[in-house]
Design a protein around this ligand. Structure first.
Ligand code: 5GP
Length: 176
């Protein structure tokens, strides 16, 4: 679909190819033990749905709600858990699935919170990474794409709750 306010940065086909590759990597890296996928709402919902189908081993799925951006294009810098996990993660391998790592503030906070619950290990899968913007170090074990410092929408990512349903990842044009 053509939208005058957006331009495609990463196409649906590129996303699907890369997500399948990431799924193969996760499958190989976790040959045994309990694997709990923790999807971060709401932006990661499509990535979680595709990645879990590309991981060919048993897994459990839970979601966490985190807010750091509020409305608009800039982070408030404050991280808040808006929905906690329903599951216990003690002793389990945890795979956090996030849409995008920007400053790293959200994920470094989240890893700190989850580590207190004594999982066996925590790894991060992030569809997108904006390395230029990093303020806190975060190790992303499975990264879909590194992107420049642009505000992107689509494939689950929003701007004030719009655009989440786009199949491609798109740059939101200035003034949109
Ligand atoms: P961080 O704490 O790493 O700065 O921010 C991570 C969160 O900011 C992401 O989970 C996402 O919700 C939001 N975010 C960062 N960059 C973008 C962007 O380009 N587009 C959208 N829609 N959200 C972004």
């Amino acid at each position: 679909m053509n939208n005058p306010q957006t331009s495609v940065l990463i196409s649906d086909a590129q996303i699907q190819d890369r997500v399948r590759e990431l799924g193969r990597m996760v499958t190989k890296d976790f040959p045994d033990g309990e694997l709990i996928v923790v999807g971060i709402l709401k932006g990661a919902f499509m990535f979680v749905a595709d990645l879990t189908r590309a991981i060919e081993r048993p897994l459990k799925l839970d979601f966490m709600g985190i807010s750091s951006y509020g409305r608009g294009k800039t982070s408030s810098g404050e991280v808040k858990v808006t929905k906690d996990l329903d599951m216990q993660i003690e002793g389990a391998n945890v795979l956090i699935v996030e849409d995008i790592v920007d400053t790293g503030v959200t994920l470094s906070y989240l890893v700190g919170v989850l580590n207190q619950r004594k999982p066996r290990a925590i790894r991060i899968a992030a569809l997108l990474d904006k390395p230029d913007r990093r303020l806190r170090p975060v190790h992303v074990a499975y990264c879909g794409f590194q992107i420049p410092d642009e505000f992107v929408v689509g494939y689950g990512l929003d701007f004030d709750e719009d655009y989440r349903g786009l199949k491609d990842i798109c740059i939101l044009k200035e003034g949109a």
